[in-house]
Design a protein around this ligand. Structure first.
Ligand SMILES: *Cc1c(COP(=O)(O)O)cnc(C)c1O
Length: 378
């Protein structure tokens, strides 16, 4: 394989629930879940059943034709928006979901875009152009023109940057890759106001914060704002590749026949996985449990010496440490059998499967406590 990912430190061969095994037979508590993706953990019976039944029935038909799993999943996503005029475009990944948002925004006749500094929207050239991280962008210039990045959470800066020539404003409701950066309440509603005043489309990139991860379907719902576009991927397929771009109201009419497409997008198999994910989240009340696990983790972990704060919502949490030792802590946790991610020098990100049990949360807290103490005392 190419060198773009660096050399992986482990090879994983199997998993069940929140536990995965490497090729030496060691077990790990998976508190990263394929980067906020495996919402039902590993080998969940509902996904296994839905996907294997679907692949044995109808695997792929292309987007020339409809299929029941796709229609069902689209109608369920539409229902989540609370807008009967919303429409869904299926693709395969988060970057692709944002590419579709970019193309929809071009159909307004405007081309300027405002995004947030530090944001992450994907690695394809369009998605990279709106990503607010210079280190990821600079090797690949020239990128799309007309894009401005303003500080996240700063409504005054946003107001100065957005004009009547702005096609879209895109933000993550919580910046995941940047280290689980949570804006103050009112920020998302403030963005809505700015977009209403200028006619720019408001796009919420919920690729990481969608599908129950934050204790609600979409990561912005605690603010009761209605965006023009929502993008999804990660959790939607519970580990299978699927993304979605959902446009609301008149924005849902902007793409015309022939404007956009993708061969594999919304395949029957990925949609079958998506439908199983939604079934289990509802049936097992996983959004409620995400919120109660959040409270427990925040209370316990933020009281530890060496921890500055615990940010985020539901089961997307950033543990900010007092010193820049996040990479060593993540490595030591891995050696102790816990998978997390160092989102930056001082932040540990956790995004366990939503099916995580109270006992596994306890186990995580105790291992984290032990490892943090050890790394601290070198
Ligand atoms: C992961 C992520 C993406 C990119 O998704 P891919 O499936 O890797 O293309 C885009 N936006 C956000 C907020 C993400 O977390």
């Amino acid at each position: 394989m190419m060198a773009n990912y660096g050399t992986p430190s482990r090879t994983f061969v199997s998993g069940k629930g929140c536990v995965i095994k490497d090729d030496y037979g060691n077990s790990y508590l998976d508190f990263l879940a394929g980067i906020a993706t495996n919402v039902l953990g590993h080998a969940h019976p509902a996904i296994v059943k839905s996907v294997s039944t679907q692949v044995a029935t109808l695997g792929h038909v292309s987007n020339f034709f409809a299929h029941p799993q796709g229609l069902l999943l689209a109608s369920r996503l539409q229902a989540m928006t609370g807008d009967s005029n919303s429409r869904v475009f299926f693709c395969n990944s988060g970057a692709e979901a944002n590419e579709a948002a970019l193309k929809i925004s071009r159909r307004t006749g405007r081309s300027k875009i405002v995004a947030a500094q530090g944001s992450f929207h994907g690695r394809t050239m369009g998605a990279l152009s709106i990503t607010g991280q210079p280190a990821k962008r600079e090797p690949f210039t020239p990128l799309l023109k007309g894009i401005t990045h303003v500080p996240f959470g700063d409504l005054a800066a946003m107001r100065r940057a957005v004009t009547k020539r702005t096609a879209m404003v895109i933000v993550e409701p919580i910046m995941g890759e940047a280290g689980v950066i949570t804006p103050e309440d009112g920020y998302l509603a403030g963005l809505r106001l700015i977009c209403d005043q200028t006619g720019a489309l408001l796009v919420f990139d919920c690729v990481q914060t969608g599908i129950g991860r934050t204790g609600q379907w979409f990561g912005f719902e605690h603010e009761k704002v209605k965006p023009d576009i929502v993008t999804l991927a990660k959790g939607l397929g519970g580990g299978l590749p699927i993304g979605a771009t959902i446009a609301y109201g008149s924005a849902a009419q902007l793409l015309l026949p022939g404007d956009h497409g993708t061969t594999f997008g919304g395949s029957p198999i990925s949609c079958a996985a998506g439908n199983a994910v939604l079934d289990v989240i509802l049936k097992n009340k996983l959004m409620q449990s995400a919120r109660s696990h959040e409270k427990k983790i925040k209370t316990k972990i933020s009281a530890l010496p060496g921890v500055k704060e615990v940010r985020g919502r539901g089961l997307l949490l950033g543990i900010e440490l007092e010193s820049p030792i996040a990479k060593s802590v993540a490595a030591a946790l891995l050696d102790s059998g816990v998978i997390v991610n160092a989102a930056n020098e001082s932040t540990i990100r956790i995004a366990p499967p939503l099916i995580v049990t109270a006992l596994q949360i306890e186990k995580f807290i105790s291992l984290f406590t032990k490892v943090l103490k050890e790394v601290h005392h070198g």
